[in-house]
Design a protein around this ligand. Structure first.
Ligand SMILES: Cc1cc2nc3c(=O)[nH]c(=O)nc-3n(C[C@H](O)[C@H](O)[C@H](O)COP(=O)(O)OP(=O)(O)OC[C@H]3O[C@@H](n4cnc5c(N)ncnc54)[C@H](O)[C@@H]3O)c2cc1C
Length: 383
């Protein structure tokens, strides 16, 4: 019989993406002994592979698909995201690294009157939750974004949105949590989780870990962690892809979306354009991901339809990753009913944008500085 060694901690965080790392960092700064378990490398999943958009406004494709009632239910999440973007603006200072955080504003570009009407309806709901989206006519749009296609007739401009340099963010946070004294275990997947007297025991290939409190920050795999306790949460993984172009001279200071379909487009500090917006990646027979050529051409055509100059840029590379998604886009945050001391830190779809606030709130919950009910309207667990 193998005897696994046991280590005790104040808190065990499962998942070393941006959310788990920042949660661990906040807890270590508050003096807690934190063990962070990561099945692979830190920041190597969605948190290190995303498109770097700092989103705030309600995503247009979902608004068009789910409608105003859905948007009203989602509305309280806007305040949460707004607070998160404020934390993003302090993250370069906090990490001591230039993370490329720039809040140049985001524009949903419309090419039809029907799209303009939806943008205006969306802006009215956003305004109720403290997010200002200006509805721009053609002249106002081209004044701030002369690089757009002539087909644009207007758009929705949210000045509070922006971008960050994904490649820099998780390595910088990793250095901070190492300095903060978080006990990090890489290649250390949680394979079993059970409630024990006084908390939880997590089994890994590197031994067992026990703590009164556990944070599930496993992103797209969070449902599997909850299932280890016999609990079900409505989160899943969805394969996405993003493409980067060759560098070009500065052209696009904004985060660009299209009302015609799925698109996020921005220019990175090196001049390359990062093009995504939720296009699906393909799955190989063994379950691993591959770039889907149909998504690649569709995504590039969508980008070139909005910013014609993109049509002359060569795509350098595309990559894939699993995003954590919930059906109604709302996050799952807080202590899971029926599992005292087991916390979920799951901000779906735009979880890079939401991570600093998700981590702050999760640490406060774990430290008993707030309760899950304070997230009413935001987290499905609080309603
Ligand atoms: C291609 C793509 C583009 C995106 N673009 C954007 C964007 O532009 N803006 C934005 O805001 N969001 C974007 N997102 C979403 C965003 O990246 C994610 O929502 C966010 O990174 C989730 O962070 P996380 O830390 O919760 O999860 P993850 O980064 O997925 O981290 C979870 C970690 O848990 C680990 N793990 C899993 N199972 C176990 C286990 N059993 N034991 C231990 N560890 C485990 C994983 O290895 C992983 O490192 C994008 C996502 C993708 C995939």
């Amino acid at each position: 019989m193998t005897i696994l060694k046991m280590r005790k901690a104040d808190v065990i965080v499962i998942g070393g993406g941006i959310t788990g790392m920042m949660t661990a960092w906040n807890l270590a700064d508050a003096g807690r002994d934190v063990v962070l378990l990561e099945s692979g490398e830190l920041g190597a999943q969605a948190s290190g592979a995303n498109a770097g958009s700092l989103h705030l406004q309600i995503q247009y494709p979902e608004f068009a698909k789910f409608g105003e009632d859905w948007a009203r239910d989602y509305g309280p999440c806007l305040g949460f995201l707004k607070d998160s973007l404020a934390l993003w603006q302090d993250l370069s200072r906090r990490t001591g690294e230039d993370l490329g955080v720039k809040m140049g504003g985001g524009i949903v570009v419309a090419q039809t009157g029907a799209e303009m009407a939806l943008i205006a309806a969306k802006a009215r709901i956003e305004a109720k939750h403290g997010v200002e989206t200006q509805v721009l006519d053609r002249a106002a749009l081209f004044e701030i974004a002369p690089y757009l296609s002539d087909a644009a007739i207007g758009g929705g401009y949210c000045a509070m949105e922006g971008k960050a340099n994904t490649l820099r963010v998780t390595p910088a946070i990793q250095a901070c949590i190492e300095r903060a004294g978080v006990h990090i275990l890489r290649d250390c997947a949680a394979t079993a989780l059970e409630a024990v007297h006084g908390g939880y025991c997590v089994t890994t290939p590197q031994g067992q870990f026990q703590a009164p409190k556990v944070v599930n920050a496993a992103g797209a795999s969070a449902g599997k962690i909850a299932a280890m306790l016999g609990l079900q949460i409505d989160i899943d993984g969805f394969p996405l892809q993003v493409t980067a172009t060759e560098p070009v001279a500065p052209l696009i200071p904004h985060l660009i979306y299209s009302a015609a379909g799925k698109l996020s487009l921005k220019q990175a500090p090196n001049g390359g354009c990062i093009i995504g917006g939720g296009w699906p990646a393909a799955r190989r027979g063994d379950g691993s991901l591959a770039t889907d050529p149909v998504s690649l051409t569709g995504n590039m055509a969508m980008a070139a339809g909005v910013v014609p100059r993109v049509g002359q840029m060569r795509a350098l590379r595309s990559w894939t990753a699993w995003v954590n998604g919930t059906p109604d886009w709302r996050p799952i945050l807080g202590e899971l009913p029926g599992a005292t001391g087991f916390y979920l830190a799951l901000f779906p779809w735009v979880g890079f944008s939401g991570a600093p606030m998700t981590a702050k709130v999760t640490a406060e919950l774990v430290l008993d500085q707030r309760d899950t009910a304070s997230l009413k309207g935001v987290s499905v667990l609080a309603d």
